[in-house]
Design a protein around this ligand. Sequence first.
Ligand SMILES: Nc1ncnc2c1ncn2[C@@H]1O[C@H](COP(=O)(O)OP(=O)(O)OP(=O)(O)O)[C@@H](O)[C@H]1O
Ligand SMILES: [Mg+2]
Length: 399
Amino acid sequence: MDSLSVSTTDVRIERHANQLSRQLKLLRDKLFPPLSQKTLRTFTSGEAAQMIGVSDGYLRQLSLDGKGPSPDVSATGRRSYTLAQINELRQHMAKLKPKDALAYLPWRRPGEKLQTIAVTNFKGGSAKTTTTLYLAQYLALNGYRVLAVDLDPQASLSSMLGLQPEFDLAEGDTLYGAIRYDENRKPLREIIRKTYIDGLDLVAGNLELMEFEHETPRALSDRRHSSGEMFFNRVGVAINEVESDYDVVVIDCPPQLGYLTLGAVCAATSLLITIHPQMVDVASMSQFLLMTADLLSVVRNAGGDLRHDFIKYVVTRHEPFDAPQSQIVALLRSLFGEDVLTATILKSTAIADAGLTKQTLYEIERGQVRRSTYDRALESVNAANGEVLAGLHKAWGRT
Ligand SMILES: Nc1ncnc2c1ncn2[C@@H]1O[C@H](COP(=O)(O)OP(=O)(O)OP(=O)(O)O)[C@@H](O)[C@H]1O
Ligand SMILES: [Mg+2]
């Protein structure tokens, strides 16, 4: 009789875990040798000029005059810029033209408070992570200082941003490290890491985040003895530590309404609720919304902050030529009105395929995918992100 047949389930599963982990590590070392960090592509001078808001000619003159960062020049004389250089030029232009500074450098000004957007839905697979990622990258490419927070123990956002959460993180390297109840808590600033995208920082996630779900009930029952923050304030308190470093924080929530999600909702200044417009997904929504409202009112009565600048539903993986989907979208619009973003994020093989190679449409070059598919998908994402940005501007009192 071999040892397998006598091993109990816990032993067997542990063995599987170790086998898998070893194999994944081997694979990873082969695919991503330790030094091959993910990088963001560079931008042509035309793209850079458009992103900065100047003409290509002006940008060329700056480079000829030796002002600002020097772009990479190819053998044929083509100039290309990194995002860091584009951001440097944004600062340069803002200094040069203080009256139009905001048009070049959109950082928030005194009096404009940090915006925190929680991307959430109880439904698994409703494109929360994709929506978070595209929004965070969109804002960073537009010159905002962005912090992305991965609150999902599955850590798909972290891995889309180039991390291997199973290997790259030590204990306490997730948001859990900053919100835990014991004395090992550390400042959020020590947990935040830069990404390969200038202006976009990350609080990574991994399974460790589950600890918060396990420990919170204990902390609640020990409350008489402890004096720490309530669970629903902890995410917000941690984010406040780095308030001055960012313009926008975007939080990818796990697909349950647990303590982490409730913390994110309380920390948020606005909510983005992703909806996949399919009957099976929408059917349970009314019941779920009631349950959410119930839970949130408990949190509010206990002192949680549930005022939000805006709450928007965003239709994702939308197939506009699918009749049942159209009916659901029409229903949502008639019921929730302006709370549904006008733009929808289209279902697209370009988004799905780019997801497989851990890239977004913002990262790949036009031409790597069929042009019409790429353009249509990117247009829909940009339109949705543009509406969210308009909401942020409104919250800041910008016109
Ligand atoms: N617009 C889209 N077009 C095509 N595929 C998409 C689109 N948006 C998301 N997907 C794909 O759908 C799947 C689920 O998306 P995603 O991981 O963003 O959902 P999620 O809500 O974060 O899931 P979970 O609840 O597991 O965290 C992924 O494989 C993703 O690549
Ligand atoms: Mg997700």
